[in-house]
Ligand binder design. Structure first.
Ligand code: ZN
Ligand code: ZN
Length: 181
């Protein structure tokens, strides 16, 4: 016999919110995964680059073990998996190197390895400039997948969620001025 309520329902949301983005390298730090993750997606139309990005993200991307024959120049110059046209031909013909469609090819061949390296070291420099607390917050956020590549243009500092700032209450409706007490 009990006077306490046994089965009070929990209020509030689920205990664990799946708020962080999916990351494919949390438990896999292998060289191959790193290589694939750091790979630039170039010379593709937006649809195809989305497909490749998806494959990379969810580890469906299978790199080529040897170059494939380009459907334009017939040379074994295709070095990226799923591509049918080599970068040179697709750049010249301004077509997507995966589906061969002309039109909205996203980018010309992107960062060279040295450019990539300098971007990386720039990030490291930015991190060094940060106060210890912010740097830790950044690394933690990154671990949780809160730091997204798409925000490349922003500085590191912009991405930091400063947990010390008290959240201002935001009313996204009408203000309740006529509060009756
Ligand atoms: Zn070619
Ligand atoms: Zn395409």
């Amino acid at each position: 016999m009990s006077t306490q309520k046994g089965n009070t329902k929990k209020s509030g949301g689920p205990k664990y919110k799946n708020s962080s983005a999916f990351r494919n390298d949390v438990h896999d730090t292998s060289w191959k995964t790193k290589q694939i993750n750091s790979m630039e997606i170039t010379g593709l139309c937006s649809r195809c680059s989305d497909v490749i990005a998806w494959k990379i993200k969810y580890k469906k991307y299978k790199p080529l073990t040897q170059p494939k024959k380009c459907t334009k120049c017939q040379q074994k110059t295709v070095k990226h998996a799923y591509h049918i046209i080599c970068i040179k031909c697709s750049t010249e013909a301004k077509v997507c190197s995966k589906c061969g469609e002309s039109g909205d090819v996203v980018k010309s061949p992107g960062l060279s390895p040295s450019e990539q390296a300098s971007m990386d070291s720039q990030l490291q420099e930015e991190l060094k400039m940060l106060p210890e607390r912010k740097r830790r917050a950044f690394l933690r956020n990154q671990e949780l997948g809160l730091y997204e590549e798409k925000d490349k243009d922003k500085t590191v500092e912009d991405d930091i969620v400063d947990e010390d700032v008290e959240g201002e209450e935001v009313y996204d409706g009408e203000k309740k001025d006529d509060h009756i007490s």
